[in-house]
Design a protein around this ligand. Sequence first.
Ligand code: FAD
Length: 286
Amino acid sequence: MISVESYKRPETIAEALKLLKTGKFGIIAGGTDVIPQMRHTPARSLLDIGKLGLDFVRENDNTVEIGAAATHSQIQNNPLIQRFLPLLSTACGLVGSWQIRNRGTIGGNIVNASPCADSAPALLIYDTKVVLLSSQGRRSVNLSEFIKKPYLTVLTAKDLVHSFVCQKGDDSAGNSFIKLGRRQAVNISRMTIAVSLVRDDSNKITMAKIAVGSVFPTPTRISELENKLIGQIVSKELFDETADLAADLMIKASGVRWSTPYKKPVLIGLMRRALVGASGIKEIPA
Ligand SMILES: Cc1cc2nc3c(=O)[nH]c(=O)nc-3n(C[C@H](O)[C@H](O)[C@H](O)COP(=O)(O)OP(=O)(O)OC[C@H]3O[C@@H](n4cnc5c(N)ncnc54)[C@H](O)[C@@H]3O)c2cc1C
């Protein structure tokens, strides 16, 4: 049974921070992670952030800022995000079912810090910073440092995630987001891959960003793969070698496990597919 000790729904951020300062409240946004978890935990006091106006999306010069309480559906369908952060729009459109996308928020997805959180690889591609508020003030943390290990972030009980500040993607980039799951719908990811590539007229790769979910303990940008690609001419051999390197890095990080005979060929195959997709070239030269 689920029981709640107390429930507050403040209407201002100042009020919310004051309540959080007591250290007695757990934040609830859409509740799609919190409510199932409460079946197994003692009664808690909940602070609902639904009235704080944190569901905004706004454009600045080189960035798009997304409020922590924006839902996956809002993000999927927002024109600014579709234009400047297309991988994030795609990723949020693949979360769960439409019911989950309508309730679940980007803040909840990142704070829950699951290795398979669908929005995380896309946010990493856009060099996202997490903006935190507390009664002590405001601070900003790179997403790559925000998630410390599976299901653990740098957040304290007194912090509120306010927003995510994402660098706008390159207009000329080709993008590919692949989510692998056991089935087609309401699908928790087994692996996710996000790739963004820019190539010049001679097919030389001038920009490469690659991030993965459920490959390492936390969602990760893979600079080794990016460095291997930048400055090289697109070829089948280059993409094959890059995909093989991804698998080598996975095994180096976590060792050979019971899941390796499955994960290694899957990662190689999906990485190749994502690279080809982002290159925008149908027939990759040998
Ligand atoms: C059936 C089902 C299918 C799902 N499918 C997917 C899927 O395909 N892909 C996927 O990635 N996830 C999936 N999820 C997980 C979940 O829906 C997402 O992680 C969702 O984005 C969580 O958001 P929420 O608003 O519901 O978070 P909540 O449950 O409200 O909160 C989650 C955590 O974040 C904290 N939190 C929330 N907002 C803030 C904030 N602003 N500041 C500080 N802390 C905060 C809460 O305290 C809690 O610890 C699924 C869940 C279910 C039940």
